[in-house]
Design a binder for this molecule. Structure first.
Ligand code: WT7
Length: 638
């Protein structure tokens, strides 16, 4: 790799070159050549990929319509359905009898679905949804544990042209309520409960409370998973297995013909302020982008067993558990439960049991396993692994090296993929043929035009911190924020409006070799164990408690979780501060938002640092908490 010859001495020993046989057999052996070719003509690049690897009912007349930025359109005029490419077309090939999904339940039950079987279930459920009055453009909220029916529900929606809005099963009442309401979903698909660490999470109870707060849901479909007692509201609630046994569950469901630009799903994610943002993705561009990045970055071959250990409720799961692997005809693992249940070797047992060849997970999970030491993974045969992946937050070099040595036995390249809910697919990522530096996601995926710039948009000097920007559109990009195009423009395109660049909201450095080192968020988004949380949503959960007048939350670095939430609350007049109240406030956030949002620390305070215009200065709280210099205080009110 000529590129790295100029590396500084101190860096050189931390460069991992891929073995020659990996480079030779890779889909893209020469990154620079393909990247440059793509940049020279983006529409030609993405046009030929789309034509060669996907089926379309009708061809596009324009690959990229950039006449009305930032509202870009891809494959304009084309007709397809992502489910046609994920399922229907495999029914005509040998893939029909291949395992699409290998499910391992936390209690130890397993279930394997071939493409044929998965398609059968999806068709039946698609017919059920149609019978419930769901059609093209309708929103359906899905709130479930990590079980196959979650995937089936998503695919069934997509098949009939409905827009799914999956809410992560770890979220709770208010988070679910606000997402149902904002999307105005008519149908909610949930389950009785979910298994977690040998206990059950009462999803149906949470769903009931959320549905009560929201006025839009007409039908609730409930999958039986844990078998726990739940209340079924007559006329509103239906058991999934009962619906699927009725004649309305017709396995001959047709796949809706969609415009490439028709919405596929919305997925809520946190932004700087206010309520979560409803990121909107489409059938055409998202399909091409996710499948292509998956295939090239993880070198997907017919014999692979792919395990993306994320949750389908986040974009990682949407793109790389559900859609891309199916489009690529891969075999996927889905594991329901906690990584360390009943013992810290559960994952490694699964790798050995199914012969997993590619494992994709988050730095926080890796750091968690490191704590238990090398002996847990070492007692299992991990020799089937050939590639590893990381996502969600910057991976610290120690964790990278442990992953590489103990899990990958020093033979598996690690694909550290930087991307976002908004981007739909990997944006900064190695390919198997690329030299790696632990802690750097390397460079842009072919065709991704990015840079690190200062306030004015000038590139910063090597190894200096700046704002990450993406300079040109890509097929899987978000199209807008659902029902809020102004906020879409404001949130992502206003900072570098003149240049027409997309602002992801991360700071980064670029080294002498052009390698990107992502540092972290520049806004009030907090990454807890790789989960993206917004300060605003947690703060509003806190002030919804009867004792809290005002609150502010910040992220504080944590060795295991990346960050943890610290909360500062001003109590209402006459409320006595106490340790018991601090605990109650933590639990309240858990009840409203979900366990992941629970503050590690709740400080009860008399005042909060604010600007004269009344904005809370979270950086002051952060500096105080970390014992750092507070910096410029000229705008502080008092
Ligand atoms: C934010 C997006 C889409 C993947 C899951 C997260 C951070 C993500 C990396 C990485 C450094 C990363 C960024 C980004 N992030 N991957 N490999 N290295 N940081 O999606 O929930 O939309 O969060 O996650 O800060 O902006 P998300």
């Amino acid at each position: 790799m000529a590129l790295l010859n100029g590396s500084a001495k101190t860096m050189a020993e931390d460069v991992y070159h891929p073995a020659p046989e990996i480079v030779q057999s890779a889909y893209i052996p020469d990154y620079d050549a393909v990247h440059n070719e793509a940049l020279a003509d983006l529409p030609a690049f993405w046009g030929s990929i789309a034509a060669e690897n996907f089926e379309w009912y009708e061809q596009w007349h324009t690959v990229l319509d950039d006449s009305n930025p930032p509202f870009f359109k891809w494959y304009v005029g084309a007709k397809t359905n992502i489910v046609h490419n994920a399922l229907d077309r495999h029914m005509k090939t040998a893939a029909r009898n291949k395992a699409a999904l290998i499910f391992e339940g936390e209690p130890g039950d397993t279930k394997i679905y071939t493409y044929q079987q998965l398609n059968y279930e999806v068709c039946k459920f698609a017919s059920v949804l149609r019978a419930l009055g769901v059609g093209k453009g309708d929103r359906v909220t899905i709130y479930m544990g990590r079980i196959p029916q979650l995937m089936m529900a998503m695919l069934a929606c997509a098949k009939i042209g409905a827009i799914h809005s999956v809410v992560y099963g770890g979220f709770s009442t208010e988070a679910l309520h606000s997402r149902i309401e904002d999307s105005a979903s008519k149908v909610l698909i949930t389950c009785d409960g979910a298994w977690l660490r040998g206990k059950t999470v009462d999803l149906k109870d949470i769903a009931d409370e959320a549905v009560q707060r929201a006025g839009t849901i007409q039908n609730v479909v409930v999958v039986k998973r844990t078998g726990q007692e739940v209340q079924m509201v007559a006329g509103r609630d239906h058991w999934y297995h009962e619906l699927m046994a009725l004649p309305i569950a017709d396995p001959k469901a047709t796949t809706e013909v969609m415009d490439a630009e028709d919405p596929l799903f919305i997925l809520y994610t946190s932004g700087t302020t206010g309520k979560p943002k409803a990121i909107l993705h489409t059938h055409g561009g998202y399909m091409v982008g996710t499948a292509t990045t998956h295939k090239w970055v993880f070198d997907i071959r017919p014999e692979d067993v792919w395990w993306c250990a994320a949750d389908p409720g986040w974009i990682t799961g949407h793109s790389y558990i559900v859609y891309a692997p199916l489009i690529n005809g891969a075999t996927s693992i889905m594991y329901e439960g906690a990584p360390t249940f009943p013992y810290p070797d559960r994952w490694w047992q699964i790798v050995a049991k199914y012969g997993v060849t590619i494992l994709y997970t988050a730095p926080t999970a890796i750091r968690g396993f490191m704590r238990f030491g090398d002996s847990w993974p070492s007692r299992h045969d991990l020799s089937s692994l050939r590639l590893l992946g990381s996502v969600g937050e910057p991976i610290n070099p120690e964790a990278w090296k442990w992953y590489h040595r103990v899990i990958g036995k020093e033979k598996c390249p690690i694909m550290d993929t930087w991307w976002q809910t908004e981007t739909g697919n990997f944006m900064i990522t190695p390919l198997p043929s690329v030299a790696l530096k632990p802690g750097s996601a390397t460079r842009g995926f072919p065709g991704v035009d990015l840079d690190v710039v200062d306030e004015d948009g000038h590139p910063v000097a090597p190894n200096e911190e700046g704002f990450l920007v993406i300079k040109r559109p890509w097929p899987a990009m978000l199209r807008t924020l659902y029902k809020d195009p102004d906020r879409y423009v404001e949130a992502y395109w206003s900072r570098y409006q003149e240049q027409g660049w997309y602002l992801p909201g991360d700071s980064a450095k670029k080294d002498e070799d052009g390698y990107i080192w992502v540092i972290g968020r520049i806004d009030d988004v907090i990454k807890v164990s790789g989960y993206r949380l917004g300060t605003a949503e947690i703060e509003s959960a806190l002030v919804s408690h009867s004792t809290v007048a005002e609150s502010a939350v910040i992220g504080v670095p944590d060795e295991l979780k990346g960050n943890v939430v610290h909360a500062f609350c001003i109590l209402k007049q006459g409320v006595e501060p106490s340790e018991k109240l601090q605990m109650a406030l933590r639990d309240h956030v858990g009840h409203e938002m979900g366990p992941i949002a629970k503050p590690a620390v709740v400080n009860l305070v008399d005042s909060l640092p604010k600007t004269r215009s009344g904005k809370i200065m979270r950086r002051v709280l952060r500096a105080q908490t970390l014992g750092q210099e507070v910096g410029d205080l000229s705008t502080l009110a008092d």
